[in-house]
Design a protein around this ligand. Sequence first.
Ligand SMILES: *Cc1c(COP(=O)(O)O)cnc(C)c1O
Length: 392
Amino acid sequence: MTRVSDDDLKAGFATRAIHAGQRPDPSTGAIMTPVYQTSTYVQQGLGRHQGFEYARTRNPTRDALEQNLAALEGARHGFAFASGTAATDMVLKLLSSGDHVVAGENLYGGTHRLMTQIFARLGLTFSFVDTRDVERVSRALTPATRMVFVETPTNPLMRITDLAAVAEITRARGILLAVDNTFATPCFQRPVEFGADLIVHSTTKYLNGHSDMVGGAVLCSSDEVAAKLQFLQNASGAVPGPLDCWLTLRGTKTLAVRMRQHDASGRRIAAWLEGQPAVRRVYYPGLPSHEQHDLACRQMKGFGGMISLELGSLARARAMAETTRIFALAESLGGVESLIGHPATMTHTSVPKEMRDAMGLTDGLVRLSVGIEDTDDLIGDLDQALRKAEQA
Ligand SMILES: *Cc1c(COP(=O)(O)O)cnc(C)c1O
């Protein structure tokens, strides 16, 4: 099992992003970990090998990525998967039939689907609660509860969960706290530092950052939980290929500088949007008008490039989303290029309309993933699209 070294955990974030888990290749000195595009490894004799037997179980490129991601989260162990969804699947497979999970009500749609349409059928039970209110998490616990699963900030409403407060509850009960940290990234929020046991990522998003692969990861510090995850990773088999691991590693090297720019543009654009007559409401944890801004400031070091805005009607949302030129209309987020999306018809169609409306996830809501292009160009693009929305 790969274990992050003390040295790797001591370095600053940007240094870790570039060096943690990365050693010059032992056979040639290549400074970059090669893409070990192989399924198997020659053994010296029966039971004699260099630690690598079959590539589902272990691959050196994947090892390098797993250590890198664990170090970024301040965790000891990392496990890479073929998608963020496969990573979440693995976390839920730590549980057994009859176990109960308390989950956030505004989780990523695919996570909600995995829980309610697959794991519920296999005997897990779930309570979905508004985890902004820690009391509701407490009240939802039953003697069968084994895990609390949250996202913070949530997609697309940017609700914040107080990680330290929830960890206090889960620690007292001896149950696991899993946090999907895809939106904030370890650059801006490290749940391990607040007491989370399991960190889940869709590396497809900010960690890779270049929209050229799909992947996921689970990070943890407990040796006991890590041993179970290692077994599950090999036994379930949803591992990423070495080229995708390599692309993700190439992405994490620039994570610190990319996030700095996403954050700078995100803050400026969110503040600018608040002053636009066509915009009824802006959801961005970095704005003082965000109802949990103080908590966000305590828990996060930056707020990134995810912004949602309420335009008041489907017609206006459509006009804006179909008029931007730099912001491309597409699902996903976290890449260097800016994207615009309409949650009600794109990412959140599986959530029933009454539930969407009750949450504020209306037909007039538009979501931006602010990339790292010139901020003035991005504002210019949004400006012309908002004018069009006003006429709709
Ligand atoms: C995209 C996403 C996922 C799912 O990841 P995939 O790589 O698409 O499988 C899970 N959680 C969040 C917050 C996401 O944005």
